[in-house]
Design a protein around this ligand. Structure first.
Ligand code: F6R
Length: 607
C-alpha cells in the first residue's frame, strides 16, 4: 500500500526521502515521487514504476531543506506519472501526499471544477491539494484543518507550501503516521521502517491528530486545534533487522528466521511450575479467563489461517467453542456480540483495514477484543482491550511467513492456558510444553533439507494449477500453502479440506493438477490416505508432506516431503514450512519478483 515520508533537517533532503521510500518498497507500490522546498519554490519529481526510475530522474540533484515523498499503490486511476504523488495545485505553491481513500472525492471534484480548478490526475487525492490552496488564508495549518473538515474517508497526509518555507503539516485519520525525532532533524512516515536509518525515537499520531513541523521543532494538535501531549516511544527494531543481510530475498530470510521467531514468541511466556502459559498483555484476571464461554477470532489472509489453526486447537484441547471468521465479512453482517465471548483480532501489521474495522464494530457493540499483532504501536494493538505481541521482528516480504508461525506460537500458548484452566492435567501440560519447545529445532531440521524442496519445486513449477489438501488442523495449513503458492509464483492454487474434494474439486484432478497432501502422523492420517487413493485412481500426481519414515504413504505418493515426528496437534508448525519453501522455489524457478509480487501490498490499509 502507499507510503509517506517527510523530512526536515540538515541532510540532503532528496537523498533522505529516497532512502525512506526504498524502506517502504516492501509495502507494494507502482509509482513514486518527491517534493522538495528549493530556493525558488517547490520542486516536484515523480515517475511511474520503481524508485530507481525516480532516482535516475533526480540525477541532476534537487536541493532543499525539507520535503515530502510518496510511493503509490493505485486505487483511483491507472498507474501513471500524472496519478503519482505528490499532487500540486495550479500555482505550484502547495504539495500534498496522501495515503487512504477520499470517499466524497467526486462531489468535491465537481465543486472545485465549477470554481475553475483543472485536475491533472484521476486520483481521489488531488482534491486535497486544491482544497488546501483554495482555503489558505494566512496559515497552512488552518488551511489543512479546514480541508480535513470537508473530507470523508481515510487519510494520512503530509503537506508543504512555498508560502511558509520550512513547514510540513501532517494529519492522520484511518491511515498511520509516525514522527521520527532525530538529533536536529524530524522525519514523518507512514511506517517506522522509513525512520530507522535516522532515529529510533518515535511519536505515533492517533486518528484526529495533526503535527506541525517547522524550524522550531514540532507541535501536535487535534483537529479542533487543541494541544495534544504525546510520548516519545522507542522503536524496538534494529536497522539490521530490516536489511537483507546477504539473502537474495526477504522472504527467504524470513522463512529461515522462523526458529528464532518462534523462540521469541514463546520466550518468557511458559510457566513451568503451573505447566501453563502467562501472557502479560491479556489484561484479564484468571476469573475472567475462566468465565469465557466462546472465542471468536477475526483476521485476514495468512493471519486468518493462523487464526483457524488457533480456533481448532483451543476448541480441541480446552473445550471452549471457538470460531474463526474473515474480518471483512464480519463488519457488514451486523454481528451479534454474545456475552462471555472473547474476540481476538490477529494482524501482523496491526493496520489491516478489514480487521481494524471489524474490531471497531465489535467493540462498539460491547465486545472485548484482544489484539495479536507484530508491529508495536500499530493501530489494532493500540485500540484493542489488551493483547499479545508476536515479537517476530519486522516482516518485510509481502508474503507472510514468520508471522504465521509466530501467531501459531501465541495461539498454542493461549490454548495451553485455557486447557490448564479446564481439563488438561499437569502431565498433559508438561508434554505439551515439551513438544512445543522442540518446535524451533525441528523447523531448523526442515530448513536444512531445503535443497530437496528446491529440486522438487524445479519439477513442479511448470504446472498451471495445484490443489492443497488437508484435514483437521492441516486444513488451514492447506489453505495457507495454496495462498503462498498463488501469491508469489502466480500458479493457480486452491486449498481444500481433503474430505471436501469429492464434493466438487475432484473434478479438477488429473495428470495436469498435482495435489499436495498434508498427511503427517496425526489422528486424521488414515482418512487422508483414503483421499489420496481417490486422487491416484484418477491419475492425479500426489506430493505428500508426511512424518519421516512413513513408508505407507511413500509407496502411494509420487513425491514426499518428510518432516520430523511430533505429537499430532503440533504438526501445523512443521508442515507449513516446506510449503513456504516450495512456493519460494517455484517462484524463483518462474522468475517472479518474490518480495514484491504483482498487485499485492504488504499492509492492506484500504477496504
Ligand atoms: C499473505 C499475506 C496476507 C496478509 C493479510 C493480513 O502472505 O501476507 O494475506 O496475511 O493481508 O495482513 P495482517 O496480518 O497484517 O493483518
Amino acid at each position: 500500500m502507499c507510503g509517506i515520508v517527510g523530512y526536515h533537517g540538515p541532510r540532503e533532503t532528496a537523498a533522505v526521502l529516497i532512502e525512506g521510500l526504498k524502506r517502504l518498497e516492501y509495502r507494494g507500490y507502482d509509482s513514486a515521487g518527491i517534493s522538495v522546498l528549493a530556493e525558488d519554490g517547490l520542486k516536484t519529481v515523480k515517475r511511474a514504476g520503481k524508485i530507481k526510475v525516480l532516482q535516475e530522474a533526480l540525477q541532476d540533484g534537487l536541493q532543499g531543506r525539507c520535503g515530502i515523498g510518496h510511493t503509490r499503490w493505485a486505487t483511483h486511476g491507472e498507474v501513471s506519472e500524472a496519478n503519482a504523488h505528490p499532487h500540486m495545485d495550479a500555482s505550484g505553491e502547495f504539495s500534498v501526499v496522501h495515503n487512504g481513500i477520499i470517499e466524497n472525492c467526486e462531489a468535491l471534484r465537481e465543486r472545485l471544477q465549477l470554481d475553475g480548478v483543472k485536475f491533472q490526475s484521476q486520483t481521489d487525492s488531488e482534491v486535497i491539494v486544491h482544497l488546501i490552496a483554495k482555503l489558505y488564508r494566512e496559515s497552512l495549518e488552518q488551511a489543512v484543518r479546514d480541508t480535513l473538515y470537508m473530507l470523508k474517508g481515510t487519510y494520512g497526509i503530509a503537506v508543504m507550501t512555498s508560502r511558509e518555507p520550512g513547514k510540513i503539516v501532517g494529519a492522520r485519520y484511518g491511515s498511520p503516521l509516525v514522527l521520527g525525532i532525530g538529533d536536529g532533524e524530524i522525519l514523518l512516515a507512514s511506517d517506522v521502517t522509513a525512520l530507522l536509518a535516522y532515529t529510533r525515537q518515535a511519536v505515533y499520531l492517533q486518528d484526529g491528530e495533526m503535527v506541525i513541523i517547522d524550524d522550531t521543532g514540532y507541535k501536535t494538535r487535534d483537529f479542533h486545534d487543541r494541544i495534544v501531549k504525546k510520548q516519545i516511544e522507542l522503536i524496538d527494531w534494529e536497522l539490521e533487522q530490516i536489511e537483507r543481510l546477504g539473502y537474495r530475498h526477504y522472504m527467504e530470510k524470513e522463512i529461515r528466521e522462523q526458529p528464532d521467531a518462534v523462540r521469541r514468541a514463546l520466550g518468557g511466556r511458559i510457566d513451568r511450575e503451573a505447566c501453563s502459559a502467562h501472557l502479560g498483555g491479556l489484561e484479564l484476571t484468571p476469573q475472567q479467563l475462566r468465565s469465557i464461554e466462546r472465542i471468536r477470532v477475526i483476521a485476514a489472509g495468512t493471519s486468518y489461517h493462523a487464526g483457524m489453526v488457533g480456533g481448532y486447537l483451543i476448541e480441541q484441547i480446552a473445550g471452549i467453542p471457538s470460531f474463526t471468521e474473515i474480518a471483512s465479512e464480519i463488519r457488514y453482517r451486523n454481528p451479534v456480540v454474545e456475552p462471555n465471548s472473547l474476540y481476538i483480532a490477529v494482524s501482523q501489521s496491526g493496520e489491516t483495514a478489514d480487521t481494524l474495522s471489524a474490531m471497531r464494530e465489535l467493540r462498539r457493540k460491547g465486545a472485548k477484543v484482544l489484539g495479536m499483532c507484530n508491529v508495536v504501536g500499530s493501530t489494532i494493538a493500540r485500540e484493542s482491550d489488551g493483547g499479545v505481541y508476536l515479537h517476530s521482528g519486522p516482516e518485510i516480504a509481502v508474503a507472510s511467513t514468520k508471522a504465521f508461525t509466530s501467531q501459531l506460537s501465541i495461539f498454542y500458548l493461549l490454548a495451553l492456558l485455557f486447557a490448564r484452566m479446564h481439563h488438561y492435567s499437569i502431565a498433559d501440560g508438561q508434554s505439551f510444553i515439551a513438544d512445543l519447545q522442540r518446535i524451533p529445532e525441528q523447523i531448523s531440521e526442515i530448513l536444512q533439507r531445503s535443497e530437496a524442496i528446491r529440486e522438487l519445486a524445479g519439477r513442479y513449477a511448470g504446472y498451471g494449477s495445484m490443489l492443497f489438501l488437508g484435514r483437521g488442523l492441516q486444513y488451514p495449513v492447506a489453505l495457507e500453502g495454496a495462498l503462498k503458492l498463488k501469491e508469489i509464483s502466480y500458479i493457480h492454487a486452491e486449498g481444500c479440506s481433503a474430505a471436501e474434494i469429492k464434493h466438487g474439486p475432484i473434478a479438477l484432478v488429473g495428470p495436469d493438477v498435482p495435489c499436495v497432501f498434508l498427511a503427517p502422523d496425526d489422528s486424521l492420517r488414515e482418512k487422508s490416505i483414503s483421499n489420496m487413493m481417490e486422487v491416484k485412481s484418477r491419475h492425479g500426481r500426489v506430493i505428500a508432506v508426511v512424518t519421516e519414515g512413513d513408508r505407507e504413504i511413500e509407496a502411494i505418493a509420487d513425491d514426499v516431503i518428510p518432516v520430523p515426528r511430533t505429537s499430532g496437534i503440533m504438526y501445523p508448525f512443521l508442515t507449513v514450512v516446506p510449503l513456504q519453501l516450495f512456493s519460494y522455489y517455484c517462484a524463483l524457478e518462474r522468475g517472479c519478483d518474490v518480495d514484491q509480487p504483482r498487485n499485492l501490498a504488504k499492509s492492506v490499509t484500504v477496504e
